[in-house]
Design a protein around this ligand. Structure first.
Ligand SMILES: Cc1cc2nc3c(=O)[nH]c(=O)nc-3n(C[C@H](O)[C@H](O)[C@H](O)COP(=O)(O)O)c2cc1C
Length: 331
């Protein structure tokens, strides 16, 4: 049985890789991820805000000397609160490459089309096999129309592609009006893969202090459904490879992601919750399922539950929506 897959020009023994997380913070945890059997590791992100703060003290053009920005700037972590500063991150990539044989994917995280992007080249020079570019943002400026936001995001990808030789994956959230068109724009900008999707980290409100509170909850399988949806729509319709991140926790989730069209399956919550060795459960579960369902290769099963052959996916979506509503039965 052949579980091998290709992603970002890399041949991987199987589709399960460690997504960006604290497992990338230290060399010993990177080794744990390899020893556990993950086919590749995405390191945690280096953030635009870290790079610009280290470069000229500003974050998103806000000057710390200007009192008007003090309250906003205070919301960002201090430099030493990040696991690694920019130079240490590059050195970490170099050492991680020496420490493990599995591919090491660096991660840059930001949204402004500016000079911090040049750091991508430093990550490449440090030996990263590929770069994941996380474009997490919430557009709040009422003067920014979707088309200009999208053009700017595609422009960032184009710029990073121009300065790098290694492949790049683009990680984004799902909240676009026309995500299929956005995916095509990333493709035209040179993205080698799309990573679907960032989770939308929504702060809660503590009613005692009347302040917002932020903490990370690990995901559950219910979050996968949105990803399955878009994998199924994009499979066979865009050139970039498709990676899934968000909600893959059980072997069944992994099989579903591949059936919907994923080339690779990123794991974070599952590894943090059960330990890195959970990747073996995922791999064994996939092999057993392939055996039971007479698939010899992952390539054969990929996209089997996608909308590749649907003439009009939008109508399929509409039909599914109406049918779902009709399926409710009063008890
Ligand atoms: C503690 C923690 C730290 C994370 N750090 C990063 C990061 O540095 N960069 C990034 O792109 N995503 C980061 N993520 C998001 C994960 O890569 C992943 O997209 C998300 O957790 C959804 O996948 P999951 O359901 O497998 O957890 C982090 C997630 C967690 C839980």
């Amino acid at each position: 049985m052949n579980t091998a897959t290709s992603y970002l020009g890399l041949r991987l023994a199987h589709p399960f890789i460690a997504g960006a997380s604290p497992l990338g913070h230290r060399l010993d945890t990177v080794r744990v991820v390899e020893d556990a059997g993950c086919a590749a590791i995405v390191l945690h992100s280096l953030f635009e805000e870290q790079l610009t703060a280290a470069h000229d003290g500003r974050i998103r053009h806000m000057d710390p000397a200007d009192a008007a920005f003090a309250a906003t700037l205070a919301r960002f972590p201090e430099g030493e609160e990040y696991p690694l500063g920019p130079d240490a991150y590059a050195e970490h990539v170099r050492r991680a490459k020496q420490a493990v044989r599995v591919p090491v994917i660096g991660s840059l995280n930001g949204t402004a089309p500016e000079s911090w992007l040049k750091f991508a080249r430093i990550i490449e020079q440090a030996g990263a096999d590929a770069l994941e570019l996380n474009l997490y943002q919430v557009v709040t400026d009422a003067r920014s129309p979707a088309a200009s936001v999208e053009a700017e995001l595609a422009g960032i990808v184009r710029e990073v592609k121009r300065i790098l030789k290694i492949p790049i994956a683009v990680k984004v959230g799902p909240y676009f009006t026309a995500f299929a068109h956005m995916a095509r724009q990333f493709e035209e900008a040179g993205a080698d893969a799309l990573v679907l999707f960032n989770r939308f980290y929504q702060a809660d409100i503590d009613i005692a202090s009347m302040r917002t509170t932020a903490h990370v909850e690990l995901s559950t399988s219910s979050e996968l459904l949105l990803r399955l949806h878009w994998l199924a729509i994009l499979f066979g319709r865009v050139r970039p490879a498709l990676a899934v991140t968000g909600g893959v926790n059980t072997p069944e989730d992994g099989v579903k992601a591949l059936l919907a069209g994923a080339d690779v399956v990123q794991l974070v919550s599952a590894l943090l919750r059960h330990g890195a060795a959970h990747v073996q459960t995922m791999r064994r579960g996939l092999e057993e399922w392939m055996d039971e369902n007479d698939f010899d290769t992952v390539d054969d099963l990929r996209g089997e539950a996608s909308l590749e052959r649907a003439l009009d996916p939008a109508s399929v979506e509409r039909a599914g929506y109406i049918r779902t509503l009709q399926s409710w039965k009063a008890s």
